[in-house]
Ligand binder design. Sequence first.
Ligand code: AMP
Ligand code: ZN
Length: 455
Amino acid sequence: MLKLYNTLSRKVEDFVPINTPKVGLYTCGPTVYNFVHIGNLRTYIFEDILQRVLEADSYEVNRVINITDIEDKIIKKAEEERVSIEVITKPYEQAFLENLQKLNIKSANVYPRATEHIGKMIKYIEVLIEKGLAYVEKDGSVYFDISKFPEYGKLSQLDKREIKAGARVKADEYSKEDVVDFALWKAVGSDEIGYDSPWGKGRPGWHIECSVMSQEYLGDTFDIHAGAVDLIFPHHENEIAQSEGKTGKKFANFFIEGEHLLVDGQKMAKSLGNFFTLKDIEAKGFDPLAFRYLVLTAHYRDKLNFTWESLQAAQNALNNLREIIRDWPSSVIASPEGVRQSYYQKFMSAVNNDLNIPQALAVMWDMVKSDNPTSAKAKSILEMDKILGLKLDEYLGKKLEIPEEVQKLVNQREQARKSGDFKKSDELRHEIKKLGFEIEDTPQGPKIKIDKQPS
Ligand code: AMP
Ligand code: ZN
């Protein structure tokens, strides 16, 4: 039985879908005004793990990742550069999808764009106005009236006294101190980028986008809404108010929010300028999957401090794992009984216990280090990798083919070493490295590996 921590109850609960075996999973997507950073990507990796665990438990996941392609920062950039918003957003959307692929994150079933749902957002807001939950201001902006939704604050457990009835905020992001009416529709000037609406020219607020797109693809009530912890307030709180206010039904049964990636103890954020992108990681010679491995070493509800040293350690661990399983039987001859192995069962109990991936990784390493490799172990590691997503099938049982040229240099280096010519031996090691290989001296003699270390 899968157990997941639900922010709504602040408890670990049994996960029971509304319509088994189907599971609706909505995950707030990127605002495409810049490249996503590896902090954002930590969240998409955690959500990918969630999807993979659900699938290992035989659920069929319908995953929605929205693309926020209309938003104040995007519009500002488009107006400054005097181009349409697509010119700004499209390259970043493309780069985002490429990042997901490099990190072996499964594709969503649908990536709805906010700009393609403006008509639906307007209709949605009209219903909220009809129900008395929203009001139109003189300038043509529409606000949600939080005093009309008594359950406001239930997700973020806001102290009711903080609520400033009648005060308004037009910005999409604001602090917990500002518990005020929020914008559903923002009026804009006639020369600004916007859309026609019954209230005049304007554009939607960020929160309404996610209510409309999640319910459009997953129904009024769906199973899981996920994101990072910074979205609990105001974003997810406001989505609940809009959605439950409109339908009178529960919005999502589970809210699951992952912790942040930090740098020097601070949240990695575009606004703080302390961020790295996947490109930065690749430029230093790291494999994107080493970053995925690093993320797997922390529980999703724990903060993870990013350092280059920890990324290097993750890369080393991944390299070791790959090298070890090259000598294992290949999957082709692996027996299906393998999956009933006790290691696999222990692994699954860990992941089903609120996605305890660090523990699951430890079980995997116990298995890797135990006894001799067998077909059962080979089969188990492939099953485990359906969740870890480290592409281990590309290494399992695939002995490294060493080019003749490299083998020759390795032999020469051995000779040099044996005759005590360490200078020459070092030079040869360098040459071998240039060809993409690395030598590890073991008691059994030199071992040749693919060089995955940044030089
Ligand atoms: P944004 O593009 O800022 O809206 O963020 C996209 C997703 O990444 C959201 O779920 C954010 O909460 C999440 N996110 C932003 N910064 C971080 C971080 N440092 N660590 C983890 N997730 C983050
Ligand atoms: Zn959202």
